[in-house]
Design a protein around this ligand. Sequence first.
Ligand code: HEC
Ligand code: HEC
Ligand code: HEC
Ligand code: HEC
Ligand code: HEC
Length: 167
Amino acid sequence: MTRRLLLFFSILILAAVLVTRAQVLASPEQPVAFNHQIHAQAGVQCLFCHSSALRADIAGIPSMQKCMGCHTIIATDNVAVQVLTSYWKRKEPIPWVRVSWQPEFVYFSHQAHLRTGENCETCHGDVGRMPLTRPAVKMDMGWCLDCHLLQPEEKVVRLADCLTCHK
Ligand code: HEC
Ligand code: HEC
Ligand code: HEC
Ligand code: HEC
Ligand code: HEC
């Protein structure tokens, strides 16, 4: 009887862990159904839209003006593009829901990482094949440190210092 009970609770806990994990890595619903895969297939580069990544902490979400540079002409009969256009006409910014984010007390910089040759996919997964953007990994402290501790020895002291990520 106790063994059955134990098994029952183990399954319950496992299920809870799996559900939480699936929730953490699910794609949030967006106000406009933006599709990375379609844009990657059309040959639009990551840095064309996320152009701050090489020179600032943030990568940046493109302005509506950038979208409309193409979508006043391209796919104007697409329903999702019409939703985009209605935001544009109302002069209302699109309230995109964040996919990967860190709490306020964490300092992260794109520039620092791209300078050393990391690419987008290392951290965000194969976004160019995602019809809906979803987090590829749980970006917690252990994940950051796993990579920082693998760096050349002379850098590890700095990269593992609390104040590098918590200013
Ligand atoms: C460089 C040109 C370009 C830019 C900039 C651009 N798009 Fe697109 N977009 C395309 C092309 C090409 C397609 C595919 C059209 C087709 O399949 O007929 C597309 C398709 C779409 C679709 C329809 C997808 C579907 O499910 O069929 C949506 C929605 C869309 N874009 C939203 C956006 C948003 C939002 C932005 C700004 C963040 C943006 N686009 C910026 C070129 C662009
Ligand atoms: C046509 C413009 C466009 C292109 C090209 C584009 N993105 Fe995006 N990206 C967006 C928009 C708009 C969002 C916000 C909506 C969303 O999350 O799907 C976004 C969101 C993201 C996010 C999630 C940000 C967050 O935390 O909310 C990541 C990561 C990302 N893009 C990476 C990439 C990578 C990597 C590429 C190249 C393979 C790429 N993007 C190409 C427009 C673009
Ligand atoms: C070393 C890991 C790493 C690499 C490499 C990386 N990112 Fe990020 N990215 C993150 C983290 C962590 C966040 C959350 C940052 C925050 O909330 O302060 C993020 C947030 C974002 C966001 C949303 C917030 C913002 O900064 O605008 C976008 C868009 C994005 N990344 C796109 C990209 C693109 C495009 C590339 C490649 C050019 C890239 N990232 C490379 C880790 C990375
Ligand atoms: C895939 C590997 C990888 C991941 C994941 C990663 N980093 Fe880094 N990080 C690096 C490398 C490599 C450097 C650059 C070291 C150098 O300057 O040569 C760096 C540099 C930094 C710097 C700049 C340090 C300085 O003094 O210049 C900060 C801040 C930082 N990372 C924070 C983070 C945070 C926060 C996360 C998790 C959200 C994270 N990193 C995830 C590899 C990574
Ligand atoms: C490479 C970057 C990095 C370094 C170095 C780092 N942290 Fe963090 N830390 C993070 C990130 C990212 C988070 C937020 C995600 C999370 O909670 O795991 C975090 C969260 C935390 C939290 C909040 C935990 C919670 O559950 O809310 C504490 C406390 C903390 N760090 C303390 C430290 C201390 C102390 C050190 C030095 C021994 C340190 N960190 C070094 C990246 C880092």
